[in-house]
Write a protein that binds this ligand. Structure first.
Ligand code: 5GP
Ligand code: ZN
Length: 138
């Protein structure tokens, strides 16, 4: 459950030092080297999963509660007023490190816009067709 060529495997398992916020048997939470905002954290599973499609559901069930705890701690310790939870899968989605990780990004009043998209438009018929396609593969 680890990849010798993976930097996040090495960081998660303590072989490369990092600014660690939290550690338990399943995860290490570190601060991102290129933070989007002060306190931007990454939840790294200690096991190597390439992305969410490859991940162990039992480990994943623990991630959102941990993200929530981190967000709450960021609000209390850093005076953040909100936070984003972001998880990229695949290069087209912006994933650059292919060891699953979850970003927890504290947000501050008056801070820059990020994690936003321009809403598109779609007819109900097209939405229904797309929903049917995806549902057939679940
Ligand atoms: P992704 O784009 O794959 O979702 O996010 C990868 C994140 O990992 C980026 O935000 C990047 O700044 C961060 N990162 C990449 N290499 C390192 C590293 O060696 N240490 C830390 N702390 N963060 C890293
Ligand atoms: Zn890895």
């Amino acid at each position: 459950m680890r990849d010798d060529n993976c930097i996040f495997c090495k960081i998660a398992n303590g072989e490369i030092p990092s600014a660690t916020v939290y550690e338990d048997p399943d995860f290490r939470v570190i601060l991102d080297l290129g933070p989007a905002s002060k306190g931007h954290a990454l939840i790294l599973p200690k096991s190597h999963f390439k992305d969410l499609c490859d991940a162990d559901p039992e480990a994943m069930a623990k991630i959102l509660p941990l993200a929530g705890r981190l967000g709450k701690a960021m609000k209390e310790s850093l005076n953040a007023s909100g936070f984003n939870v972001v998880q990229n899968n695949g290069a087209s989605a912006g994933q650059t490190v292919f060891h699953l990780h979850v970003h927890v990004i504290p947000r501050y009043d008056g801070g820059p816009e990020m994690v936003a998209w321009k809403p598109g438009k779609e007819e109900a018929e097209e939405l229904a067709k797309t929903a049917e396609k995806v549902a057939a593969q679940l």
